[in-house]
Design a protein around this ligand. Structure first.
Ligand code: 4AD
Ligand code: MG
Length: 461
């Protein structure tokens, strides 16, 4: 087979006069008596390549059966384009229709609602918006790895099947091979000792606990993997399956953790400004007019830090009515988070030192005895994008916290062991990858930034 080049290559690099072979999908086709125009897209970039096919070109007659959505291969010569907005176009010398598509192809119109496109998640990658989303998602994945590789962080693959509910929120999906209709019982409860792993297991809600074990050996580590939460919240920001990036640093405190989070987010902002400009301009025009300006500001500014206690005071003094009550000791809801980052600060803000009662058992108790060394990073439009903390490295205090929240130390004996030998201050955080993409594209629903979203009652594609 002759070598295919990408549309992106032709549009940005190929010199006029060069012969190329391109393959892709027809976005639009206009047939005249003498000439047929095809807009050809292969996903390599947002723009489509304009292809000009003269009547009588080899294979041209087959185009009669090739509507929008058809797969075609076209050989020809790159020529300077007389049209505005494109450097070059392709003058076809041969045309092959690889796979036809007729009028029943659902993506005929230029514009469809995101709701409709979710019902055809198997085809939406072929649209401009989703092309841009998933190119950016891929580019950001590489950038995440580069950021940590450049800083000497070890990349660790934490398990997906696990017996521990790290966040303690009881939102684990069960993994079992026991028969569902008649599981073995002891005293009325399911006997998991008869299950595949000999104990109750589920899909991980976080790689943190295993990540900590690696940080206590390799100093600086990160995980980047799928995460599962069976929380039944049908919101635009929650998915049952999402990807999380979790760094963990030994010999680090909460402020070092916040510094890493800030450096990381700013690095990713600069990455898209420098490497994803066409897609970013598309989002800026079509989805969110202030996007590029907002990202530029974040790339250059340093982030605010605010104590939880101050945040509560600010919210209480706010001239707005919140749906959920504001009281010291209660968790912040999205409406509160957005008010703080959008109205009070006008940019990203770390909220630090939350009440111990609303945070996970592993967070380090502060000297005041009533707060823990936690940090959440809130950003405009999205709210919480990062959650992290300094960890409780003191064994007695850790065991005390476990008892307080009803965790049997036997179940996490290996975690407690890490505080028995060579324990040290350490800290880390989790960045929700989809929340990041929402933030950097302006897309407002998490279902539209993950290829095949899993949400309550939806796992078809
Ligand atoms: O705040 P969370 O629950 O923190 C942890 O899981 C810690 N173990 C992280 C750590 O310290 N290593 O989750 C971290 C981030 C959130 O800030 C949010 O961006 C994202 O994960 N997240 C979700 N994203 C999509 N859908 C969900 N259901 C999410 N739950 C959390
Ligand atoms: Mg959180």
């Amino acid at each position: 087979m002759e070598r295919r080049v990408s549309v992106s290559h032709v549009l940005t690099e190929a010199a006029p006069g060069v012969e190329v072979l391109v393959k892709g999908w027809v976005r639009t086709i206009r047939t005249g008596k003498e000439i047929t125009f095809i807009a050809l897209n292969d996903g390599s970039c947002l723009a489509s390549l304009q292809v000009v096919v003269d009547a009588g070109t080899s294979g041209e007659s087959a185009l009669a059966g090739a509507g929008t959505g058809s797969a075609v291969a076209i050989g020809g010569v790159v020529v300077e384009s007389p049209g505005a907005g494109q450097r070059v176009e392709l003058r076809a010398a041969s045309v092959e229709v690889v796979g036809t598509a007729d009028e029943s192809y659902p993506l005929q119109k230029k514009r469809h609602s995101f709701e409709f496109l979710r019902t055809i998640a198997h085809l939406r990658p072929r649209t401009n918006t989703f092309g841009a989303v998933f190119r950016m998602r891929s580019s950001l994945s590489h950038a995440v790895h580069r950021f940590f590789a450049d800083r000497g962080f070890l990349y660790v693959h934490t398990p997906i099947i696990t017996a521990n509910d790290c966040e303690g929120a009881g939102e684990m999906f069960r993994v079992t091979t026991l028969p569902m209709t008649a599981p073995p019982l002891v005293e009325g409860s399911v006997d998991y000792s008869a299950d595949f792993f000999g104990q109750a297991t589920g899909l991980t809600v976080s790689g943190q606990l295993e990540g900590e074990l690696f940080a206590l050996a390799f100093s600086d580590i990160y995980t980047f993997g799928p995460t599962f939460r069976a929380e039944n919240s049908n919101t635009p920001r929650h998915a049952a399956e999402f990807w999380m990036i979790e760094p963990e640093m030994a010999f680090a405190d909460l402020m070092a953790d916040a510094q890493l989070a800030e450096d990381f987010l700013r690095y990713l902002c600069r990455h898209v400004l420098e490497n994803c400009s066409s897609d970013l301009e598309f989002f800026n025009e079509q989805i969110d007019k202030g996007l590029i300006e907002r990202i530029r500001k974040v790339a250059d500014a340093s982030f605010a830090v605010m104590d939880y206690t101050e945040a509560i005071d600010r919210l209480k003094a706010a001239p707005v009515r919140f749906e959920y009550p504001v009281e010291w000791g209660l968790d912040l809801q999205t409406e509160h988070e957005r008010y703080l980052t959008e109205q009070v600060v006008g940019g990203p803000v770390f909220i630090v030192n939350y009440p111990r009662g609303i945070k996970a058992f592993y967070m380090r108790l502060n000297d005041d005895g009533r707060t823990v060394a936690a940090m959440d990073l809130l950003v405009p439009k999205v709210g919480e994008i990062i959650g992290g903390s300094q960890r409780e490295e003191r064994l007695d205090l850790l065991l005390g916290r476990m008892a307080e929240v009803g965790i049997d130390p036997q179940d996490l004996w290996w975690y407690a062991d890490s505080r028995r030998w060579g324990s040290c201050p350490h800290a880390g955080f989790g960045l929700g990858f989809e929340r990041l993409i929402m933030y950097l594209t302006g897309m407002e629903n998490i279902r539209d930034v993950i290829p095949f979203p899993r949400t309550p009652r939806h796992a078809e594609f």
